[in-house]
Design a binder for this molecule. Structure first.
Ligand SMILES: Nc1ncnc2c1ncn2[C@@H]1O[C@H](COP(=O)(O)OP(=O)(O)O)[C@@H](O)[C@H]1O
Ligand SMILES: O=C(OP(=O)(O)O)[C@H](O)COP(=O)(O)O
Length: 403
């Protein structure tokens, strides 16, 4: 993989450099609640601008449906990038249209632009190679060189991640180089006990990785929205909790296999339940209670792990030599459901082992709940990406940067 250092050594002055970043930051009412992913790309974009490049930054945000949707605009991220850089950042109100073309054409050497959300174009995420390729062609017309630095999205076979680098000279940015360097340690020579904690809401994406992790980790702790598919597989009722019904048979098989292979697959023994999902903006106190994991009422949903589970998970993390954690244990954005995530974050800090936290929301949780991010071994900007890397999968966005 050629890195940005080689690009800088060859000289990049006057060239239009397309930086595929992951600026998929959490937003509340249009305000960024954690800017970690924007800060993570600063070394790359600064180095390029200092070398005289015209820096065109592009990213997705959220999961809009292939058409413009103001709720998913990258404008707030563009303005935060400008504040962090202390420089003007031009914003194109489309991705490959007139605004993007004019904005890029208007850049002088060392200046920055951000394009509107790549996922406003259906071609970005299209399954069809030709459709993605056609969008990649339009993106390629905006640049001379490609720098891949959106680690959080390298597991996606999307136009800007996979098809575009094939059309331009391509290099890995500093963030991707750093992330891969750290995660490699967890695949090459992992110190044991190796404990993986999984939670979050992208359940269908992440259940599949458990298949591989069963062969790698010594212990798997399951929390967050992921836990309810497991509890259902054990035969418990889960009320109106997040549930991936179609994956119950696969999860039943994971439970059996874990037992056979001597992998500890640990599930919540109690959960915090409520009749409704909390208002994450107002954060007003909610009605909630703690119930055993096999007693979730039919009209309620599990929104956090309970106090007995917090203690159990802390004990399962205490002697870990390596920990990988992706996915909040509960709806941490609301104080009534943040205790499980806090307990797991604290347990990571209490171990002597090497700790990696991965994922946009997990990293945001650690910071917004007041933990010192430097106290963890590594905070990865990618959740799904790091999980798939640890599985040993070939990631499209990394493969595209090789050669
Ligand atoms: N029990 C739950 N029910 C619904 N959502 C949950 C639950 N537990 C956690 N979440 C949500 O999961 C989201 C993060 O999930 P995900 O995107 O998979 O994590 P990451 O970005 O760290 O990879 C958070 O917004 C959190 O509110
Ligand atoms: O937030 C992200 O992934 P993560 O939640 O697994 O960390 C990335 O920006 C990828 O987003 P996607 O899962 O909508 O493709």
């Amino acid at each position: 993989m050629k890195t940005i250092d080689e690009l800088l050594a060859d000289g990049v002055s006057g060239k239009r450099v397309f930086v595929r970043a992951d600026l998929n930051v959490p937003l509340a009412d249009g305000t960024i609640t954690d800017d970690g992913r924007i800060r993570a790309v600063l070394p790359t974009v600064r180095a390029l601008a200092d070398a005289g490049a015209k820096v065109v930054v592009a990213s997705h945000l959220g999961r809009p449906k292939g058409a413009p949707d103001p709720a998913f605009s990258l404008a707030p991220a563009a303005s935060r990038l400008g504040e962090l850089l202390g420089a003007a950042v031009a914003f194109a109100t489309d991705t490959v249209g007139r605004s993007a073309q004019d904005t890029v054409a208007g850049l002088t050497d060392g200046q920055f632009a951000v394009l509107e959300n790549l996922r406003f174009n259906a071609g970005e995420t299209a399954k069809d190679d030709a459709e993605r390729g056609a969008f990649a062609e339009q993106l390629a017309a905006l640049a001379d060189v490609y720098v891949g630095d959106g680690f959080g999205a390298v597991h996606r076979r999307h136009a800007s991640v996979y098809d575009l680098p094939a059309r331009l000279p391509h290099y890995a940015g500093y963030l991707i180089a750093t992330e891969v360097g750290v995660l490699k340690k967890l695949t090459d020579d992992v110190k044991r006990p190796y404990v993986v904690a999984l939670g979050g809401a992208k359940v269908s994406d992440k259940l599949a990785v458990i298949d591989q992790l069963l062969g790698k980790a010594d212990r798997l702790l399951i929390g967050g929205g992921m836990a309810y598919t497991f509890l259902k597989a054990k035969g418990y009722e889960v009320g109106i909790s997040l549930l991936q019904e179609d994956q119950v048979p696969a999860v039943t098989e994971y439970l059996e296999r874990a037992e056979k292979q001597g992998v500890e697959l640990v599930l919540p023994v109690d959960v915090v339940v409520s009749r409704e999902f909390p208002d994450l903006k107002a954060k007003a106190p909610t009605e909630h209670s703690v119930v055993d994991a096999d007693k979730i009422p039919a009209d309620q949903e599990g929104l956090d792990i309970g106090p007995k589970t917090r203690e159990l998970y802390a004990s399962k993390l205490a002697d870990a030599a390596t920990v990988f954690w992706n996915g909040p244990m509960g709806v941490f954005e609301h104080p009534d459901y943040a205790e499980g995530t806090k307990a797991v974050a604290q347990a990571l800090l209490d171990t002597d082992g090497f700790t990696v936290v991965g994922g946009g929301d997990s990293a945001a949780a650690v910071r917004t709940l007041g933990f010192d991010e430097n106290a963890f071994g590594h905070i990865s900007t990618g959740g799904g990406a790091s999980l798939e890397y640890l599985e040993g999968k070939t990631l499209p966005g990394l493969a595209a940067l090789e050669d």
